[in-house]
Design a protein. Sequence first.
Length: 286
Amino acid sequence: MAKFINPFTDVGFKKIFGQEVSKDLLIDFLNDLLVEEKSITDITFLDKEVLPEYMGDRGVIYDIYCTTESGEQFIVEMQNRQQVNFRERALYYLSHAVSRQGEKGADWRFNLKAVYGVFFMNFQLEDMPHKLRTDIVLSDRDTHEQFSDKLRFIFIELPSFRKEEEECVTDFERWIYVLKNMETLNRMPFKARKSVFEKLEKIVDIASLSKEERVKYDESIKVYRDSLVTMEFAEQKGRAEGLAEGMAKGKAEERRIIAGQLKRMGMSLDAIREVTGLSDSEIDKL
């Protein structure tokens, strides 16, 4: 039986990063993510109803919406599988958070606060180099100079992280190691190096869950596992369809080779068509 909760579940993810009583965990992670860029001292969790929500996201995407003491907004998500128009969805959500800052009245001068999207991905992003972290900013195409710091996407591709405990160099890497391996850990590493991991150990210990929390967690595990099974079935179906298509193409090529040989032997068009099933126009091209 696992000692620590699974952070890829709704309950697990929000237990770690979405509670007022343990918000220092999220603050610490964000500061390690943006080390030497930001120094966040406090956050306020916002009602996620300010963001559009779709029923199709349940069991796939878990999100947290918060703002810093200086007004910067963070949307932190755990996504368990690739989606159609995944990048466009991220752009839409962050753009929505930007547009909501607009105030009515003549005094508002577009003094926007920065919006950050932090996307944990429990899959590898298609059509992009596979690496742990991908930062997207608004910059000049030629000079690469930043155009605006008000919109930023940070994609964290968990399957691309393969370091062992002793290989983790930065606190950000230590966070990723713990999150990726949490359900299989028997002890919480890095406690001697950083006290936040000691608090994390207490938060994620399954034995510390109340009866009500355990019921919710068990349900979230079921949703997560159902999601994995659905993904695996879709992948297997896709592989099977691809194999069938490949076999069909192979058989078609084999028929064309046979037809060509029969044609060179002088067999009649009707006979070749009867043997191979090819059309007259296909045989004529051989």
